[in-house]
Design a protein around this ligand. Structure first.
Ligand SMILES: [Zn+2]
Length: 64
């Protein structure tokens, strides 16, 4: 099944699949890195706090 290079739409080579050449692979890698840097970092501290709150189990709560 022939696939085309996502960068220049040329037929991809087996050695550099799914890209047609090493150059196109580098271009895609560059795009990926620049995109990763553009994404803002998510604060995971809030998630941790929530998890700790769920952990507290109020035992000995016997009304009636
Ligand atoms: Zn290409």
């Amino acid at each position: 099944m022939p696939s085309s290079c996502p960068i220049c739409s040329k037929p991809s080579a087996a050695a550099t699949a799914p890209f047609c050449s090493v150059r196109c692979r580098q271009v895609d890698l560059n795009r990926w890195f620049t995109g990763a840097y553009a994404v803002p970092a998510v604060e995971l501290d809030d998630v941790d706090e929530e998890a700790l709150g769920e952990g507290s189990d109020p035992s000995g709560n016997d009304a009636f």
